[in-house]
Ligand binder design. Structure first.
Ligand code: 5GP
Ligand code: MN
Length: 453
C-alpha cells in the first residue's frame, strides 16, 4: 500500500484514516497465499515480492516487516508443497510444475534439511543393505504375535520385516517372486504412504504385521490356500495407500477430486486400491508377474474386495454377513472364505487396542491428532463437523470406550467364536483396554463434577 507521495505504508491498526486528499493506493502483490496451488503462481508471487522489496529498500532503506512476513509465508507454502508432492492425485502438481519446483529448490533456496526424496533413498539403501538373514529366529517368532512393538523399529527395518513375512509364508517360492521385485514393490508401497499422523507407513506395517500374526495364530496356512493368504497380506499392506488424512465424509462434503472421481462411493478405499495396482503395473515392482492370468485375476478380485471392505461405513453389513455364517462356517465354501478374508483384514485394520497398552496408546494420540486436524479444517471451511473428531467434544477415554464397546468387542468376539485361541491374544487385551479407559473416563468425570461443585 502506498500513500499519496508514493511511499510504501505498513498496514496496521494504527494507520491513519484515508481521505480524499490523502488516499492510500493498494497494489496487489499476493492473493491469499494458502489458496494458491500452482507452483508457477508461487514463482510469480515470489518475483513480485522480491521486486517490491528491492523498490522499498531503494526508497526508504528498509523493507517493512510485512514484506518479510509475506516472503516467509510463500517460502513456507513452497516447503509444504514439496512435502506433499506425492499427493499428486490432488492435482496440486503437474509433471512440469513438479520438475520446475524441484529445480528451483536445488538452485535458489538453501537446501532444506533433507528432502523427501533423499530421505526415501536413504531408507532404500538401508533396506537393501540389511539382509533378511540378519533377522534372528527370536525376532521372526516375535513378529508372529500381536505383542510386537512397532515403535522399536526404523522404517528400513520394517521393510526388512515385511520381506521376512513374504518369505516365511513361502510366497517367494509358491508364486515365483524374485527378491529384487519384492524389494522394489515394498519400497514403492513405503513411498506411497504419506507423512501424516495416523494413516502412514507405520500404520501400514502394524496392520500387515497383525494380519501376519493372525495367520499364524489361527493356523490359516492349513485352512486357506496360499493364494488367499497372499491376497490378505498384500491387501493389509496396501489398504491405506496415499491416505490424505481426511476421511470419506470429508472427501464427500468438500467435494474433493477423489469424491468426484469415485462418485462418493468409498472414495478413499477405491483410491488405495487403485494406487496398489498402479504400483503393481510397473514390471520391476510386479510381484504377480510370474502368475497365470487366472491367478492374477483371482488375486486382483480378492484384493479389491478386501481393501474396499475396510470402509467402516460397511462395517455392520460385513459383520452381519459373517455372523449369519458363523454356526456352520465352512472353509471350503467360496462365499464363507471371502467374508472371512474381509473380516481378517478389517480386524487387523482396527487392532491397535489388541496390542500392549504401551504400544496402543501412542497410536490413539496419532489418531486423535489426525481427527482433530480434520475437524479443525471442517470448522475453517464451514463444512459439517464430524462429531467424533471434534476436539471440543471428544477425549481419549470417551473415544475409546465407545469404539471398544460398539465396534471392537462385537467384531473380535465374532472372530473368536471361529478361532477360540484368539480369546487370549486379541479379546483379553481389548477388554483390559476398555477397563483402562473406563476408569480414566470416570476419573475425568469425577474431576469435572468436583470443579462444578
Ligand atoms: P482406516 O481408516 O484405518 O482404514 O479404518 C479404520 C477407521 O476406524 C479409522 O479411520 C478410525 O476412524 C477408526 N479407528 C481405528 N482404530 C480406532 C481406535 O482405536 N479408536 C477409534 N476411536 N477409532 C478407531
Ligand atoms: Mn487402516
Amino acid at each position: 500500500m502506498y500513500d499519496t507521495n508514493g511511499s510504501v505504508m505498513n498496514i496496521s491498526p494504527w494507520l491513519e484514516a484515508n481521505s480524499q486528499d490523502s488516499y492510500y493506493r493498494l497494489e496487489v502483490v499476493a492473493v491469499d497465499v494458502q489458496s494458491v496451488a500452482m507452483p508457477t503462481e508461487l514463482d510469480n508471487m515470489e518475483c513480485r515480492l522480491h521486486h517490491l522489496e528491492s523498490k522499498v529498500i531503494e526508497g526508504v532503506g528498509k523493507a517493512p516487516d510485512l514484506i518479510y512476513e509475506l516472503k516467509s509465508q510463500v517460502e513456507s507454502f513452497k516447503r509444504k508443497l514439496e512435502s506433499v508432492e506425492h499427493l499428486s492425485w490432488m492435482g496440486l502438481f503437474r509433471d512440469d510444475g513438479e520438475r520446475h519446483l524441484q529445480a528451483k529448490f536445488t538452485s535458489k533456496l538453501q537446501s532444506p534439511p533433507m528432502s523427501l526424496q533423499e530421505e526415501r533413498q536413504k531408507v532404500r539403501m538401508q533396506f537393501l543393505n540389511m539382509s533378511s538373514l540378519q533377522v534372528t529366529e527370536e525376532v521372526r517368532e516375535h513378529l508372529k504375535t500381536p505383542i510386537f512393538d512397532n515403535w522399536q523399529w526404523e522404517e528400513a527395518e520394517m521393510l526388512v520385516l515385511l520381506q521376512v513375512m513374504y518369505t516365511d509364508l513361502d510366497f517367494m517360492t509358491a508364486f515365483h517372486i524374485e527378491l529384487d521385485v519384492l524389494q522394489n514393490f515394498l519400497f514403492e508401497v513405503y513411498c506411497h504412504y504419506n507423512n501424516i499422523p495416523f494413516h502412514n507407513f507405520k500404520h501400514c506395517f502394524c496392520v500387515t504385521q497383525m494380519m501376519y500374526g493372525l495367520i499364524w495364530l489361527t493356523d490359516l496356512r492349513n485352512k486357506l490356500s496360499r493364494i488367499d493368504l497372499l491376497i490378505m497380506l498384500t491387501s493389509a499392506l496396501c489398504h491405506d495407500l496415499d491416505h490424505p488424512g481426511y476421511n470419506n465424509v470429508y472427501q464427500i462434503n468438500a467435494q474433493t477430486d477423489l469424491a468426484l472421481r469415485y462418485n462418493d462411493i468409498s472414495p478413499l478405499e477405491n483410491h488405495h486400491c487403485a494406487v496398489a495396482f498402479g504400483i503393481l503395473s510397473k514390471p520391476e515392482c510386479n510381484i504377480l508377474k510370474n502368475l497365470t492370468c487366472d491367478q492374477y485375476k483371482h488375486i486382483r478380485g480378492g484384493m479389491i474386495k478386501c481393501i474396499l471392505a475396510t470402509d467402516m461405513a460397511r462395517h455392520n453389513e460385513i459383520l452381519n454377513k459373517f455372523k449369519v455364517m458363523q454356526p456352520v462356517f465352512d472353509f471350503t465354501n467360496k462365499d464363507h472364505k471371502e467374508v472371512l478374508m474381509k473380516i481378517m483384514v478389517k480386524v487387523s485394520d482396527i487392532s491397535n487396542e489388541a496390542r500392549p497398552m504401551a504400544v496402543a496408546e501412542p497410536w490413539l494420540d496419532c489418531l486423535l491428532q489426525e481427527f482433530f486436524n480434520q475437524s479443525d479444517s471442517e470448522k475453517l471451511k464451514g463444512l459439517p463437523v464430524t462429531p467424533f473428531m471434534d476436539r471440543d467434544k471428544v477425549s481419549k477415554p470417551s473415544s475409546q470406550t465407545n469404539f471398544i464397546r460398539f465396534v471392537l468387542l462385537p467384531l473380535f468376539t465374532e472372530l473368536t467364536k471361529l478361532f477360540p485361541c484368539l480369546e487370549q491374544h486379541i479379546l483379553e487385551p481389548v477388554r483390559r483396554a476398555l477397563d483402562y479407559y473406563s476408569t480414566m473416563e470416570r476419573a475425568t468425570k469425577g474431576e469435572e463434577d468436583t470443579t462444578k461443585a
